[in-house]
Write a protein that binds this ligand. Structure first.
Ligand code: ADP
Length: 425
């Protein structure tokens, strides 16, 4: 297998977002959880997105893990590697975007790397090096209060300088508008001046396409799903990727029992559970009992085994904001959240043991706990159920074929659970 594109993502949901974007743009894409083992059998694909959890860990560790991912991807023939970061440039002066970029650039031997978190379809644009979230600069957006990576400076040239060992320049919108050759000339000029990274402005998808064209001349780029879009469109347009490859992907039915798990307490998920009550049996877990011990998960599994033969079931821990606050005040937010995540992972493991091969999970953290517990090495990204939520076909799972849908709390329409199951055959 020779990969057209290798990606290293600094968190799981960002990796899914990128994998979904690449698939929609026509690349057959696998998302792996962590750096895969060497014997992982992958189908024929164009892109692999290695998901790490390296956004907010110690910078040295983020570098080591990213380098391991880079080595694996280059070993699979990836000519170009995208280091996927958050579209709001989540980082601190200690890293981890700068240190990882510096290390990967040093490994690639290239003089300069293009960097842009722009993703116009989600309202992230960059102008004169300043990142906008919708209509406001980054430092006036809710990101200014982020618990781990508060962003107090919207000027990404300055932000990156503080966390990188190289000098940082700008490819401005005027240059981008003049096309790929103008960008190439600007990069050459910056590199001549000893500048090792360039923030690229981008306001429209066409800017990302120009950036994608130029980035592919280089071994490395840094950015969010937007630059992924630019890279993917360039690969398809240049014929390096077959335009009909995604639709020609094997789509064999997996069959077997189906189940849904909801650990998200978001408004959208609560409504989706209410809708599901009309079409499938729903078990509402008692959160207090989950925190008290393992019996609640066992009760859920016994209940599921009784119903699975008749069709899909839904098991939910989700409750109203008032009930969540009450539970958290009794046990602490982390203890309550962790206990429920682990109970959901116990239930998922039990369901798969009971034959479930199609599993829908609502909640970002909940999905992470489930995927880790089921030891799923990776996913082939398939049809999109709702914006940003694709059907995932597990690869390399010891228990055989499996389909999953992992939904961040707020995503999806009211009928999400039935919508997902309709596509997961
Ligand atoms: P979302 O994508 O909506 O943020 P997550 O799964 O990421 O959903 O986060 C939901 C968190 O709330 C998890 O830690 C989960 O264990 C926890 N949780 C689930 N149900 C309850 C509940 N009834 N009370 C308190 N916390 C809960």
């Amino acid at each position: 297998m020779t990969l057209a594109l290798g990606c290293i993502a600094d968190d799981y949901t960002g990796a899914s977002d990128l994998a979904n974007t690449l698939t929609r743009a026509g690349l057959r894409t696998v998302q792996t959880i962590g750096v895969p083992s060497d014997d992982l059998a992958l189908p024929e694909v164009d892109a692999v997105v290695v998901s790490l959890k390296s956004r907010s860990i110690e910078a040295g560790l983020a570098v080591t893990r990213s380098r391991a991912a880079e080595k694996w991807l280059r070993g699979r023939g990836a000519q170009h590697i995208l280091f996927k970061i958050c579209s709001t440039f989540d980082s601190t002066d200690a890293g981890n975007i700068g240190p990882v970029m510096d290390a990967l650039r040093a490994d690639s031997g290239d003089a300069i790397v293009l960097v842009t978190p722009a993703f116009p379809e989600t309202g992230r644009t960059v102008y004169q090096g300043n990142l906008f979230v919708g209509s406001v600069p980054l430092n006036e957006s809710p990101l200014k209060d982020h618990p781990l990576n508060p962003m107090h400076d919207s000027n990404l040239v300055r932000v990156l300088v503080r966390q990188s060992e190289t000098k940082v320049g700008l490819v401005d919108l005027a240059t981008l508008t003049r096309g790929a050759d103008a960008v190439r000339a600007r990069l050459a000029e910056l590199a001549m001046g000893g500048i090792g990274a360039a923030i690229a402005d981008a306001v429209f998808d066409r800017d990302l396409e120009t950036i994608g064209q130029v980035a592919l001349d280089h071994p490395l780029s840094v950015g969010a799903s937007g630059i992924g879009l630019g890279l993917a469109r360039t690969l398809v347009a240049s014929g390096k990727v077959r335009p009909d490859a995604v639709t020609a992907m094997p789509d064999t039915a997996v069959g077997g029992p189906a189940a849904c798990l909801a650990g998200s307490c978001s408004q959208a998920t609560l409504q989706q559970i209410a809708s599901a009550e009309r079409v499938m049996p729903v078990l509402h877990l008692v959160p207090e009992r989950i925190v008290a011990g393992k019996e609640e998960a066992q009760r859920a599994l016994a209940w599921a085994r009784e119903h699975l033969g008749n069709g899909p079931v839904l098991i939910a821990s989700s409750s109203s904001p008032e009930e969540v606050a009450a539970l958290q005040s009794r046990h602490g937010r982390d203890t309550a959240g962790h206990a429920i995540e682990q109970a959901m992972a116990d239930i998922a493991e039990g369901l798969v043991g009971a034959g479930v091969r199609r599993l829908v999970v609502a909640g970002g953290e909940t999905s992470g706990a489930v995927v880790d517990r089921l030891q799923i090495p990776g996913f082939l990204v398939s049809a999109e159920i709702a914006a940003g939520v694709p059907v995932l076909r597990a690869v390399g799972v010891k228990t055989g074929e499996m389909l999953l849908a992992l939904k961040s709390g707020n995503f999806g329409a009211r009928e999400f659970f039935s919508d997902a199951l309709k596509l997961m055959r």
